[in-house]
Design a protein around this ligand. Structure first.
Ligand code: CAA
Length: 357
């Protein structure tokens, strides 16, 4: 079952009450009998609470790790047009995409694969032009809907994760244009995925690059990573979440320092202030991120999605609302086969055989 709890909530609750229209539909596949039962539980649980909609833009962490190495199943290269279909394109213009699956010969029995997206516009330090972001959103959505993938990794290439929004593309734009287009609003589509996204940040993560990394659920820094919000040097401010997500990650004083001075911080500092969850030798960064991804992909897919949603909800709710939300999600998971399997497996001292149902 790969239908998200958010999807169920949306379908059920939007129908139930106009006040719930802020709840966002996630990407979802078709629902089976187990889905319907789970949906009934979630919606009946939630009807008993004083409920507020969860904004779709909430995002941040969930983690777990298991060891494995990986084998590349397919490398695909690049060329794109627009972002709307649900399956991965054969090629994209500005990103590389790869599905990586666990290598069973290496004692890795993880069930799911990891979708890797490499930002690949090296001459411009992966500056996030509109076309690149279209590619990125398309690939993220495609992996989100791909049943063989349990976790997504976004990484950079060359000297950079991403050196920000494309300055040459933006420089001549006028207020009316950026306002009417609601420039950068679409970037938040990244946060709509139901599957966890790990940012494996190598090199520069500046401006929009830092903001993209913060939209992901887990941020792992390569030892060569540098983070910053240098928009102030361009006569603007961060426009894709830098003033909002940064303060939630690192607190007011450090966030203010970074956006007001434009100064960069190192990977080590990013970890110390809570922006990154860990620092990994740059050469090992992607493999470590993928290994973490395999660990997540091995869990029950419904509980993984619920974890992600519950943690993200913390950014949008008061503590009491968040605790209620968490508890109801917890209750709802008792409608899943994975809960029965997970608890039985523990008692029977064996590895659970999750089926995402
Ligand atoms: N947009 C467009 N092009 C960029 C770019 C960007 N954000 N960042 C780097 N490039 C280009 C450079 O123009 C240069 O192109 P040319 O070779 O054609 O001249 C190429 O990438 C290599 O860059 P540098 O020669 O500058 O490389 P460096 O190693 O000397 O410096 C750097 C690296 C410190 C990252 C520097 O490139 C830099 O400061 N980049 C801009 C960072 C920035 O200001 N980011 C914020 C953008 S605004 C934003 O992101 C708004 C938002 O909130 C979404």
């Amino acid at each position: 079952m790969l239908v998200t709890i958010r999807h169920h909530l949306h379908r059920r609750l939007v129908a139930a009450s106009p006040a719930i229209r802020g709840v966002t539909a996630g990407a979802g596949a078709g629902a089976g009998a187990g889905d319907a039962s789970f949906s009934r539980h979630v919606s009946s649980e939630l009807r008993t609470t004083s409920w507020r909609p969860v904004s779709s833009t909430s995002v941040e962490a969930f983690s777990s790790i298991s060891s494995s190495t990986s084998s590349i199943l397919s490398w695909r290269a690049f060329s794109s047009s627009s972002s709307s279909s649900s399956s991965l394109r054969e090629s994209y213009n500005h990103i590389l995409v790869e599905r990586r699956f666990p290598d069973e010969s290496n004692n890795n029995s993880a069930r799911g694969g990891v979708g890797i997206i490499t930002l690949h516009r090296p001459k411009a330090l992966n500056a996030l032009c509109d076309a690149l972001f279209d590619d990125l959103i398309h690939a993220v959505q495609a992996f989100d809907e791909d049943d063989s993938i349990g976790c997504i990794v976004i990484t950079g290439s060359g000297k950079a994760f991403a050196a920000g929004a494309d300055i040459s593309e933006m420089s001549t734009r006028e207020f009316a244009h950026v306002y009417k287009k609601n420039m950068f609003a679409q970037w938040a589509d990244i946060t709509q995925t139901s599957k966890p996204i790990i940012a494996a940040v190598n090199g520069f993560a500046l401006g929009g690059g830092c903001e993209l990394a913060m939209m992901c659920d887990i941020l792992i820094a390569g030892s060569n990573a540098q983070f910053g919000q240098p928009e102030i040097n361009l006569g603007v401010i961060p426009g894709a979440g830098g003033t909002q997500r940064l303060i939630r990650a690192v607190g007011k004083s450090k966030a203010m320092e970074m956006v007001l001075t434009g100064n960069r911080i190192t990977a080590q500092e990013a970890m110390e202030i809570g922006l990154a969850s860990k620092v990994i030798n740059s050469d090992l960064l992607l493999d470590e991120a993928v290994k973490m991804g395999f660990g997540i992909a091995d869990k029950g897919g419904v509980a993984v999605r619920a974890c992600k949603e519950a943690v993200n909800a913390a950014e949008e709710m008061t503590l009491s609302q968040g605790l209620m939300f968490e508890r109801r999600m917890f209750h709802a998971l008792f409608a899943t086969k994975d809960q029965k399997e997970g608890m039985s497996a523990f008692l029977e001292k064996r590895k659970p055989n999750f089926t995402d149902e």
